[in-house]
Design a protein around this ligand. Structure first.
Ligand SMILES: C[S@@+](CC[C@H](N)C(=O)[O-])C[C@H]1O[C@@H](n2cnc3c(N)ncnc32)[C@H](O)[C@@H]1O
Length: 392
């Protein structure tokens, strides 16, 4: 730590500044890639507790196990839809392993026949995260249902590719329209600080991106462009022989993400449960994220043979999977009123729009070779049978 609670890795900052000098400035995407994934100092790569109370931020799966338990219900239906045979769930970017353990616990307890045919494969870039995932998931490692692999190892898979808060952590290009021309943000050195400079785009893909979605960013607005998300979607679509891609993240359709009134974009940093908009502080010690463009994910998916089966808010998705029913069930087993209240509060956080995760998070389900099934998550609230117990 140095002054005023700013956490720093001075040797990393020195290294970045040398790189910036050598290359006479680097794109913001390159800067973000280094800050998050540098092999020695990157935020996601170096040893650190990132998720949960002692970390920098919460994810839905770290808020309550019901998130993973409800997703397990959706996965079980997908397994049935593919004929109840061998089924792979591949989770990319598993963090602390919370989602994986909750899904695997729920499947082993409630759907033993599915558990027998299930292989849960984790694709994780961070060796540090993999170590902790192994500890969290030891009991499922012991049953032989779990392993770690790369995306290319999944070639020809049947099942579901799952991710929660993966795509928002990909490095993004920053662009701004000046006098009708698209310009890109480069990071340069200025005295002892990092600074920014607008230059011509580093790649024609940035202009092509906006042409694809049919949107021209408004004059002066800052926008993020996640080219890595496009490549990822194409790769994911290509490894999937038959089945589903279930992507959960905060984001919007392109018309909302790039709306004229969104002047400063969505770039946000997380450090010890505080948010800030300065990616040039706590370098390598804070998360940097940007909201996901779900229109582009669907367009690229379609180009690679994936049809959109479902797109909605996280609260709708969880409600469809029986959120209220599960909340009542869990509450009825809780005799301590204080614990029952805490349970309600953390579960509600997953669905509440403001300060909660219900509306800012979206869920996209795409499919290959599965037709247009009626997915469990798409059930309307009025069609869900409720248990008799009340909810206060
Ligand atoms: C915000 S965390 C997601 C947490 C987790 N899914 C959850 O629900 O708690 C992002 C995770 O994605 C991993 N990650 C980032 N880029 C990746 C990539 N290209 N391939 C695999 N994992 C990646 C990070 O190491 C981290 O574990």
């Amino acid at each position: 730590m140095s002054v005023e609670g700013v956490e720093e890795k001075p040797e990393f900052v020195r290294l970045l500044r040398q790189q910036i000098d050598a290359e006479q400035g680097i794109t913001f995407a390159r800067f973000m890639e280094q800050a998050l994934y540098h092999p020695d100092y990157g935020y996601y790569i170096s040893a650190r507790k990132r998720i949960g109370k002692e970390g920098d931020f919460f994810t839905s799966s770290s808020v309550h196990s019901c998130f993973g338990r409800l997703i397990a219900r959706q996965l079980e239906q997908m397994w049935q839809l593919l004929g109840g045979k061998d089924f792979i769930v591949a989770e990319q970017g598993a963090g602390e392993g919370h989602l994986a353990v909750d899904v695997l616990d729920a499947v082993s307890e409630q759907f033993p026949a599915f558990y027998e045919r299930l292989r849960y494969r984790i694709v994780e870039i961070s060796g540090d995260a993999r170590q902790r995932q192994k500890k969290t998931l030891q009991r499922h490692l012991d049953t032989g249902r779990l392993d770690w692999c790369t995306l290319t190892d999944l070639q020809g898979m049947r099942g579901c590719l799952l991710s929660n808060e993966l795509v928002d952590a990909f490095p993004v290009h920053l662009v701004q329209t000046v006098a009708g021309e698209l310009r890109e943000v480069y990071v340069i050195n200025q005295g002892d600080d990092f600074s920014e400079e607008l230059r011509a785009p580093s790649t024609p893909q940035l202009t092509e991106y906006f042409a694809q979605i049919g949107i021209a960013p408004a004059e002066g607005n800052r926008c993020e462009v996640n080219l890595a998300a496009r490549d990822w979607m194409a790769q994911v679509a290509d490894v999937l022989e038959e089945g589903f891609v279930l992507t959960i993240d905060y984001g919007y359709p392109a018309k909302d993400l790039y709306a004229p009134e969104r002047h400063a974009g969505t770039l946000l940093c997380y450090h010890k449960h505080q948010t800030n908009e300065n990616p040039y502080q706590h370098v390598g010690c804070q998360d940097i994220t940007a909201h996901v463009d779900f229109t582009t994910l669907q367009q690229i998916g379609l180009k690679h043979g994936l049809e959109t089966l479902y797109f909605g808010h996280q609260y709708q998705f969880l409600m469809g999977l029986g959120f209220l029913e599960l909340l009542m069930q869990m509450q009825s087993h809780e005799t301590d009123p204080i614990k029952a209240q805490a349970l309600r509060m953390s579960m509600k956080r997953l669905i509440l729009p403001e300060a909660g995760m219900g509306e800012s998070f979206k869920v996209l389900i795409q499919g290959r070779g599965v037709g247009q099934p009626e997915l469990l998550c798409a059930r309307r609230i009025q069609d869900i049978r409720m248990p008799a117990a009340g909810l206060s």
